[in-house]
Design a protein around this ligand. Structure first.
Ligand code: PEP
Length: 257
């Protein structure tokens, strides 16, 4: 499969921003500014309390709903957690898993990430699986080793039939929220490495079907350079997804190839 056959996917990770009302306003402005998306996907990932109203505001548009996290159990005594089935019932199609803030602020382990990926797939949610190295790991030349460890752990229980349901977001931790994006060449190098790992595990054809995003200080003026790379099929966007005009420009720039 050629890159052209993989649909571009732009994710908006709002993190812990926007009340339900603010989220609805943002999407309402986005709808006015974006119009029809054409052959690409835009996934809006609000905080939990905004999922339902934002999902309702998205209905009838080309944009779809995603969550930022989940817990792997179906139900029970897990105070503060949210199950895959609950996200599905709120209309989520995607769920971000293993974001660097989950891993590094909340101490999420590779093993927990793997359980979350498995639980999402079991519920018919598509994981946006985040991987990426810390600055000190990069400086020690360990980028590939870290990405390999994270990827292999997360995909340990994922079959060849399921792997194309997963979107992989390569997000170098030092580039997230810092304004210091990776170079497009570096993003391509790691995205290619990820695709090679997928090919080893699942064969070439399956690996070619998986979409790989770059994330880390993506803005309207640099998104195109990432998307022009042969192994980069989209972007996961934090800060630049919080203002309608900025995000609309970013989405427009990503589809003008
Ligand atoms: C993110 O939250 O995944 C992200 C990449 O953030 P930012 O775009 O703000 O760097």
């Amino acid at each position: 499969m050629m890159k052209e056959m993989r649909k571009i996917i732009i994710g908006a990770n709002w993190k812990m921003n926007k009340t339900p009302q603010e989220g609805v306003e943002l999407v309402s402005e986005l709808k006015e500014q974006l119009g029809a998306l054409g052959d690409m996907e835009v996934v809006i990932c609000p905080p939990y309390p905004a999922l339902l109203p934002v999902g309702a505001e998205l209905s009838g548009t080309d944009m779809v709903l995603g969550a930022q996290n989940l817990y792997w159990e179906k139900e029970g005594a897990y105070t503060g957690e949210v199950s895959p089935g609950m996200l599905k019932a709120c209309g989520c199609e995607y769920v971000i898993i293993g974001h660097s803030e989950r891993r590094h602020v909340f101490g999420e382990t590779d093993d927990e990430v793997a359980k979350k990926v498995r639980a999402a797939l079991d519920e018919g949610l598509k994981p946006i699986l985040c991987v990426g190295e810390l600055l000190e790991e990069r400086e020690a030349g360990k980028t590939e080793a870290v990405v390999k460890r994270q990827l292999e752990a997360a995909l340990a229980e994922v079959s060849a039939e399921e792997v194309s349901e997963i979107v992989i977001a390569y997000e170098p931790v030092w580039a997230i929220g810092t304004g210091k994006a990776s170079t497009a060449d570096d993003a391509q190098r790691v995205a290619h490495f990820i695709r090679q790992l997928l090919a080893k595990g699942y064969g070439n054809e399956k690996a070619e079907a998986v979409r790989i995003q770059y994330g880390g200080s993506v803005k309207p003026d640099n998104v195109r350079a990432f998307l022009e790379q042969p192994d980069v099929d989209g972007a996961l966007v934090g800060g630049a997804s919080l203002k309608a005009a900025v995000f609309a420009e970013l989405v427009k720039n990503s589809r003008e190839g």
